[in-house]
Ligand binder design. Structure first.
Ligand code: UDX
Length: 434
């Protein structure tokens, strides 16, 4: 099949490369000329494990192309994917759909023959209807179907999530479009991945409901972690004890500093807005958003407490800046709340992140960025683990101790074990563990 992918951001690029790897001929389109030039030269705009090799192989084997010219790619395509950004609109939390609608209008002018137009971007319920209306208005003669096909890709594991998904959701009532979608995802038959066919509005809501539920699950365990601290229980054992119940499930029960990233914060807010507008508020999700925001802000207080009540004039050594490991993405990362709060209280911050420092330099000021974890700890009063990168899991703790001014560790990701750290002589605090 021939595929045009509009937008080479995270979702577009990963999806385009994976479809090409499935054997389809894919052209990824972006208006940003320099990005396309860099992609043609094999330079990735994002850090995602395995992506560079996947792109390189499929470009070499002539299944994956990059272009700024939508016309040629869309004209011959069986399916045109819209994978442009839907940021939170400033002020009201609604998803900003201007890029989606601009793409729809561009596509309208170009389609030839029966074309399936697929929204991969996360869009509020009813957006597919509006895309269909826009295209129909511009091209009353065109033969097309608009399909919702949400992505469930986790950064850092996106290729695996695309190729071995739990399910693929396809929202359309058009039988011809369903056939095209079946063919596109045919390689997944081998893994017996369920293709869930639904109506378009239902599919749009599935994406938001999935992300909101996961955000709620994390927030739930975070609050239980606070309760564990108050009553002397261990949240990791609580997670295990409840997660083994098949109705609950063990995933997404890791307590931490609060969720961040490109999806949960934005999508929970957008769902809240949609629900209020529809007159069916989702109060649990509203509360989740508030609790998570407050949690990220409260995390600096733990570091202050670990240093005896004041960080003024002290140096905080931070390991990890991104919202999670294996990504360079800094969007809504807890570090963006924690570091400025510490600085406002008079702390000096030195930090290291394996992939996120370039982006962090734009978003944080007066941080002394270091070349490695030990450099970030040299002369610091405390070591703080903010992101659970693998390379922070097996630090040389004797060396850590000799570098720190005081043997104090605040581990916001529960990477280490309290008993072991205490035995090594650290004043160690973590999340939800005695
Ligand atoms: C998420 C969804 O998982 C994915 O399906 C969707 O399409 C996009 O949003 P992503 O944002 O890449 O993916 O990361 P994810 O692994 O889901 O983590 C999100 C945030 O939750 C991170 O800040 C992470 O640290 C936090 N988290 C996750 C926890 O604090 N505890 C957990 O148990 C799991």
């Amino acid at each position: 099949m021939r595929v045009a992918m509009i937008g080479t951001g995270y979702v577009g690029l990963v999806s385009g490369a994976c479809f090409a790897d499935f054997g389809h001929v894919v052209t990824c389109i972006d208006k940003d000329e320099s990005k396309i030039e860099r992609l043609k030269a094999g330079i990735m705009p994002i850090f995602e494990p395995g992506l560079e090799t996947l792109v390189e192989t499929n470009v070499r084997e002539e299944r994956l192309f990059f272009s700024t010219d939508a016309a040629a790619a869309v004209r011959g395509a069986d399916a045109v994917f819209i994978a442009v950004g839907t940021p939170s609109r400033r002020g009201d939390g609604h998803a900003d759909l201007s890029y989606v609608y601009a793409a729809a209008q561009e596509i309208a002018d170009l389609i030839e023959g029966f074309t399936v137009i697929v929204t991969k971007s996360t869009v509020p319920v009813g957006t597919g209807d509006e895309i269909e209306r826009l295209i129909r208005e511009r091209r009353p003669d065109a033969q097309f179907a608009v399909v919702s096909n949400p992505e469930f890709l986790r950064e850092g594991a996106a290729i695996n999530d695309f190729k071995r998904p739990d399910r693929v959701v396809v929202g359309t009532d058009d039988e011809r479009a369903r056939d095209v979608m079946r063919q596109l995802y045919r390689p997944l038959n081998l893994n017996e991945t369920p293709l869930v066919f639904t109506g378009r509005r239902t599919s749009e809501l599935i994406k938001y409901a999935a992300n909101a539920f996961l955000a709620l699950k994390i927030t739930f365990i975070n609050e239980i972690a606070d309760l564990c601290e108050a009553v002397g229980a261990d949240v990791q054992q609580v997670s295990k004890g409840i997660g083994l119940d098949g109705r609950i499930g063990s995933k997404f029960l890791h307590a931490g500093p609060g969720y961040g990233g490109s999806c949960f914060p934005k999508d929970t807010l957008a769902l809240v807005r949609t629900a209020v507008d529809a007159g069916a508020p989702v109060t649990l999700v509203e509360t989740t958003v508030k609790v998570n925001d407050a949690r990220k802000k409260a995390m600096a207080g733990r570091i202050v407490k670990a240093l005896g009540g004041s960080v003024a004039g002290k140096t905080v050594g931070i390991l990890g800046l991104t919202f999670k490991p294996n990504t360079d993405d800094m969007r809504d990362a807890p570090s963006l709340d924690i570091i400025p709060a510490l600085q406002a209280l008079g702390a000096k911050v030195q930090a290291f992140d394996p992939e996120g420092m370039h982006e962090a330099e734009r978003l944080l000021s007066n941080v002394d960025f270091k070349t490695g974890p030990y450099e970030a700890l040299d002369g610091a009063d405390v070591m703080v683990i903010l992101t659970e990168w693998d390379r922070f899991r097996a630090l040389d703790l004797d060396r850590v101790k000799s570098l720190l001014k005081n043997p104090v560790i605040v581990d916001l990701r529960n990477v280490y074990r309290p008993d072991e750290m205490q035995a090594l002589g650290f004043a160690y605090s973590s999340i939800g563990r005695p």
